[in-house]
Design a protein around this ligand. Sequence first.
Ligand SMILES: Nc1ncnc2c1ncn2[C@@H]1O[C@H](COP(=O)(O)OP(=O)(O)OP(=O)(O)O)[C@@H](O)[C@H]1O
Ligand SMILES: [Mg+2]
Length: 311
Amino acid sequence: MASPSKIPQSVNALPQRAQSLSNALGQKLWNAVGTLVQPPGPQQWDATNTLASRARVIAVSAQKGGVGKTTTAVHLAAGLAERHGLHVLLIDLDAQGHVASSLRAHLRTGTDTYVSQALLAHDPDLASAVVATTLPRLHITLADKQLSSTEAQLATRMGRDLILARALRTVRARFDVIVMDCPPNLGLLTLNALFAADHLLVPCDLSVLALEGVDDLMRTLQTLQWTLGKCPQVLGLLHTRVDRRNHKQNAAMRRAIGQSYQGLSLQTEIGINTALPGAQLQGKVVFESQPESSGARDYAALCDEVRGRLD
Ligand SMILES: Nc1ncnc2c1ncn2[C@@H]1O[C@H](COP(=O)(O)OP(=O)(O)OP(=O)(O)O)[C@@H](O)[C@H]1O
Ligand SMILES: [Mg+2]
């Protein structure tokens, strides 16, 4: 795969295009966002010893609940593994444990270790928590209810923002892509994920509240860059749960998103489709449960687009 410093032309061009915008967010935030989508400069230091790593790490994060983060993380990971032949690790960072329930029909036993235990270890290493699935080339790590208290325990540790990055160092060598499903808040686990990630994918339904959540997330990236000297490149905003019958409202929201984050939305949109909650009910990915559905088509298109952007 291409070097992490290569980013798509359209994203590179963002800071220039942003200059012309006079939108609600204002020039200040845009300037900040512009710097976030630039290729990172040479790393001064590496707290995680991951310079020799292979995997590209993608955080799937949004500050609004229920926008399709888990559905997106699961299908992106499964699609990149199945359709693109990549070795993928899907990490569940949400104490709700929805990754495991979404994939329960594809799970194999193999470990009793949860993410919380791996993170709390003296030398944190997620390798002990990796579980195989019956889907080709897809492995996952399981979250448990303890993850919330883990967050509180980690908060007292030195280098608390860097723990996940350190815990990824050995698994990075084993996988091509690591996808992280983040919780719907800006807690310590999300900050760890953002610091550990090379790329950020932001699911955003076509609502004003979701757009406000995107603003918060962009500000957090800016803070990460200032405080820790590193933040992920924005791979794109993914419009999710789009009701394709609502032409007028969708057009208005696309315009609003475009005004604030021109060029950042992915081409692929995920429409509302009952096959997706249906697949979750069966504990399967939609590619297996209803491969002909629009949900399967949309997520296949997302995988193709993300693969293109990564390359
Ligand atoms: N495109 C879609 N069409 C229909 N239903 C969807 C779609 N995407 C997700 N859903 C359903 O919406 C619900 C929430 O989705 P999901 O769990 O992926 O959101 P989330 O952002 O991870 O939520 P949380 O913030 O609680 O972690 C689930 O029941 C899921 O099956
Ligand atoms: Mg979720």
